[in-house]
Design a protein around this ligand. Structure first.
Ligand SMILES: Cc1ncc(COP(=O)(O)O)c(C=O)c1O
Length: 549
């Protein structure tokens, strides 16, 4: 790709961008998918009617012949019987808790495409509770052991046992002070020093979640630039605060947020010509699937999921964005809440060789406790103006710098300096790329139409056949004792304490789950089936339902 900033800047200056031209550029810089058009995606979401397949249609929605349908039905019934027996206690407590816990109702309803959800909920219900963790294994209420592929939303980097001991250590360290807020425990000073050294940035602020850290970064960028617009890239998640989550999921329009296409010259040109953009947010996880939202099984309606990292091209893209930001006085915010400490000791900045103006961390940095951290240049972090004492940028939070969190964060930061941790980071990418290759080789040898793609220890599952049932794999994996989070096969997150033996066992079980799924006919597809054809068929069905036919 050839992005020449000099060309862009010179061209733009010569033309003398008018408001109309800027609007046109902006609209061209959006990704052409619906995810790039938040207003339209919200409007269309409001039009989509509910469709709920009955037991007959469920197995036949793709026109499979009756012998295939029979295999699917048998497989489904067998899984239903296994789950009912194996997860009895967990399912009972989940059913009892669900009416009072909104989160459970939401995740329970959005594990699979909505057309299939009722049959799946009724027959393949899973428990939401766990009792123990040890090594890379989680144990549920019924005593079943699972290899943990959830990674606790990315928090679990070093293995649960390490976090347990860091939390215990933290509790002991601050027990004399207890949960005193406002006055700082001395451990805060060491955290500030370590975070400054780690990032090469000047100042730190502590928050209670990644969402809050991002909110503060954006607020400060707006305060110092005196501009209001925020640029995020298509598909990137930055927490659930409204301004960074335009489109579906947010009940009000995020009017001051532009969602631009990633890896796009037009996006660079837009940044180079606007003078109302306060900041650009980057989520480095997008390197795995630029311009696509987090791949979740509830949107897995066909085999069209795509992913794969080109580290050099993504690094080049980030450099271009950083460069245009520098030229235009736009604050470059690296949102490293997910990828921080997972790609490299120094986070995504080290991994991609970039220097952000501000960086947000969270998740694993808390040593197992809730946190969000913002680190930035001194001129951007300042919350007041010397010459305008009343014009401040307010940000306080009751629980910021909570002693227990600060101490467990300190344990995590000290852990980074231990030789065992350094050994984990040595050859990290090579190790996880080799493991992904081993998984793919096993799937290929078994003639399974499934592959994995990875950004280091963050993986996603890809499907090679245009099937409407790829999401079923999550249930075969659970039967094999492989635990995924509610987004299913869209995201597997490994902790770095997986040994080769643990990993090989995962490969064996994963492959076996796929073989069972293949034997049960879920990957059958008509010879002329395509992903596009499937999507068209679904659209026709939705329109017919909407028109009441
Ligand atoms: C890149 C990124 N930013 C922000 C957040 C929000 O963090 P939290 O869930 O702690 O609010 C997340 C959460 O997944 C994230 O991945």
């Amino acid at each position: 790709m050839h992005w020449s900033l000099a060309f862009i800047a010179a061209g733009s200056a010569g033309i003398g961008a008018t408001a109309g031209r800027r609007r046109l550029l902006l609209s061209q810089a959006k990704h052409r998918s619906l995810a790039g058009h938040s207003k339209w995606s919200r409007r269309i979401a409001g039009l989509i009617p509910s469709i709920d397949y009955d037991a007959h249609t469920f197995f036949r929605c793709d026109g499979a012949p009756e012998d295939v349908v029979a295999r699917r039905e048998q497989g489904f019934e067998r899984l239903a019987a296994v789950f009912a027996e194996r997860f009895a206690k967990g399912r009972a407590l989940t059913a009892e808790t669900r009416p009072g816990l909104s989160d459970l109702q939401f995740t329970g309803s959005y594990r699979v495409p909505f057309q299939f959800a009722r049959q799946v909920k009724e027959n393949l219900a899973v428990g939401a509770f766990a009792e123990r963790s040890a090594g890379v294994v989680l144990t549920d209420l019924d005593g079943n052991d699972f290899f943990d592929l959830t990674g606790s939303y990315g928090v679990n980097l070093l293995g649960y046992d390490v976090y347990k001991s860091m939390i215990a250590e933290a509790v002991a360290q601050v027990s004399d002070l207890g949960p005193v807020l406002g006055q700082l425990h001395p451990v805060v000073a060491d955290n500030v020093a370590r975070l400054r050294a780690l990032t090469g940035l000047d100042e730190v602020s502590f928050h209670m979640s990644g969402t809050e850290a991002v909110m503060q970064a954006v607020r400060l960028a707006r305060y110092h630039t005196r501009r209001s617009k925020v640029v995020r890239f298509c598909g990137a998640y930055h927490g659930w605060w409204g301004d960074v989550q335009p489109g579906i999921g947010n009940p009000v329009p995020a009017e001051r947020t532009f969602t631009l296409a990633e890896m796009s010259e037009k996006a660079l040109r837009t940044l180079a010509t606007r003078n109302d953009v306060a900041c650009v947010l980057i989520n480095p996880l997008q390197a795995l699937h630029p311009n696509s939202a987090a791949p979740s099984d509830n949107t897995l309606v066909d085999g069209g999921r795509r992913a794969g990292v080109d580290r050099e091209a993504y690094a080049e893209w980030l450099h271009k964005v950083a460069e245009v930001c520098r030229e235009r006085g736009i604050v470059f915010i690296l949102d490293d809440v997910f990828t921080g400490f997972r790609l490299a000791r120094g986070g995504a900045a080290e991994y991609f060789g970039i220097q952000p103006d501000m960086v947000t961390f969270g998740k694993t940095l808390g040593g197992g406790l809730p946190n969000g951290v913002l680190i930035g240049r001194a001129d951007l972090m300042k919350r007041f103006r010397e010459d305008r004492p009343v014009d401040i940028c307010f940000a306080r939070g009751t629980f910021n710098a909570h002693p227990y969190v600060m101490a467990s964060m300190n344990a995590f930061l000290r852990k980074l300096d231990e030789p065992d941790t350094a050994a984990l980071y040595a050859g990290l990418d090579e190790r996880w790329n080799a493991r992904a290759a081993r998984m793919n080789a096993s799937l290929e040898a078994a003639d399974i139409p499934v592959r994995v793609a990875n950004l280091s220890s963050i993986w996603t599952v890809l499907y090679q056949v245009p099937s409407r049932f790829n999401w079923m794999l999550q249930y075969y994996l659970r039967e094999e004792g492989l635990l995924l989070s509610w987004v299913g096969t869209g995201r597997l997150i490994f902790s770095l304490n997986y040994t080769d033996a643990d990993f090989n066992e995962v490969v064996t079980r994963f492959t076996r789950a796929c073989e069972r799924m293949a034997a049960n006919g879920w990957w059958w597809h008509a010879p002329d089936a395509t992903n596009k054809g499937i999507r068209r068929g679904i659209l026709r069905e939705l329109i017919a339902r909407r028109l009441g036919r």
